[in-house]
Each structure stands twice: as C-alpha cells, then as structure tokens.
Design a protein around this ligand. Structure first.
Ligand code: ADP
Ligand code: 5GP
Length: 185
C-alpha cells in the first residue's frame, strides 16, 4: 500500500466500546474515514444498509471473497464480517486516516498484510463489566450475549499481539488516549 494516509485498526471484544469510541473520534475529526464493513448478520433495529454495514447474503459475501474484494474477513459467532478493500485503499491514497473497527482475527490479518497499520486493542476493566455493557446495550439475545462473552475470553488472551492495549474504563480518558496514539503514529 502506498503510505500516504494512515490505517488504524480498533479491535477488542464485542461490547467493550469500540463503536462508541469510533463514533466520538469521528464527531471530533469528521475527516477520518470509517470503513463500512460487509456482514451476513441480520440488521439490528435502526441499522441502515450502506451506512452501518453492507448487509449481504452468504452467497453475496462468498462472491466478495472469491473476487478478492475484501481486505480481510472473518467468521464471528456464525456470521461473516469483512472489510471492502477498494474504499480503504482509495482513502489511504488520498492521505486520510482510515479507521477499521473489526474483530481480533481480522485485525491480525490486516497487521500481517499491512505492517505499517496501527492496531489498538480495547480491553474492558473486567469481564463482569463487559457483560454489563453487552446486556446494557440491549441489542442482543441471551444466546448471542453468551456466545460473544465466550468469544471475548479467547480474544482477551491475545491482546499482546497488538501495538497498543487500552482499557476502556472512563470513556473520555479512553478517547483521549486513542486520539493521542493516532496523532503520534
Ligand atoms: P462494541 O462496538 O465494542 O461492541 P459498543 O460501543 O456498542 O461496543 O458499547 C457497548 C455498550 O457499552 C454501549 O451501550 C456503550 O454505550 C457502553 N459503553 C462504551 N464505553 C463505555 C464506558 N467507557 N463506560 C461505560 N459504558 C460504556
Ligand atoms: P456486531 O455484530 O456487534 O456489529 O459485530 C461483531 C464483531 O464483528 C465486532 O467485534 C465487530 O468489531 C466485528 N466486525 C465488524 N466489521 C468487521 C469486519 O469488517 N471485519 C472483521 N473481521 N470484523 C468485523
């Protein structure tokens, strides 16, 4: 990748606050480009196709893989998630800060393909607090919450494979820290 812009990967378990952090960063820096992922999961209430995700069938997702249209992809709790390659490369070439908010396996793939990417792992203060946040968000069924918590325990075992580890305790402090990482890099 021609290194005009900057690729920043925010990863960590579901419910830790990745989306909240990225939203705050985008509000402060509207020029940051947030990649819109493709997924096979069903839209949650209020989610809009082409804004929150590209909601695809499994066949459509498979076609994107076959046609090499994804920068990375992973299966996460029985659904597929992936980053469309072209918009990311285009915005990086324009010199933009491009943010990917993705799960851990995909984040590792990105670091392998683009060693210059900055990878930030967001941790919860504790697994109990992660559970509270997942439940408090109110978007997932009990079955899905349990699957995500089980996955979180695996994900939290590999935090050292990322460039930075940030505990998302107080939101404002976390945002300041992530912002300072992006500025330094
Ligand atoms: P993710 O995108 O990692 O799945 P979200 O951004 O959806 O997580 O956050 C999950 C829930 O936790 C949301 O209800 C959000 O408002 C809340 N949350 C995020 N960060 C904090 C924080 N620092 N303290 C308390 N609640 C938080
Ligand atoms: P959710 O279903 O809560 O929107 O997302 C589930 C998990 O998939 C989250 O950890 C989220 O960061 C991750 N995710 C979202 N988009 C992508 C993507 O394009 N690639 C990968 N690998 N993970 C993604």
């Amino acid at each position: 990748m021609t290194q005009k812009g900057k690729l920043v990967v925010i990863t960590g378990p579901s419910g830790v606050g990745k989306g909240t952090i990225v939203k705050a960063l985008r509000a402060k820096y509207p020029d940051f480009f947030l990649s819109i992922s493709a997924t096979t999961r069903y839209p949650r209430q209020g989610e809009v196709d082409g804004k929150d995700y590209y909601f695809l069938s499994r066949v459509q997702f498979q076609e994107m893989i076959t046609n090499d249209k994804l920068l990375e992809w992973a299966e996460y709790t029985e659904n597929y998630y992936g980053t469309p390659r072209q918009p990311v490369l285009k915005e990086i070439n324009k010199g933009k800060v491009v943010i990917l908010e993705i799960e851990v396996l995909g984040a590792k793939q990105v670091k392998k393909s683009f060693p210059s990417a900055t990878t930030i792992f967001i941790l919860p203060p504790s697994i109990e607090i992660l559970e509270q946040r997942l439940r408090g968000r109110g978007t997932d069924s009990e079955e899905v919450i349990i699957k995500r918590l089980t996955k979180a325990k695996e994900e939290l075992a590999v935090t050292d494979q990322f460039d930075y580890q940030v505990i998302n305790d107080t939101l404002e402090t976390t945002i300041d820290y992530v912002e300072s990482i992006i500025k330094v890099e």
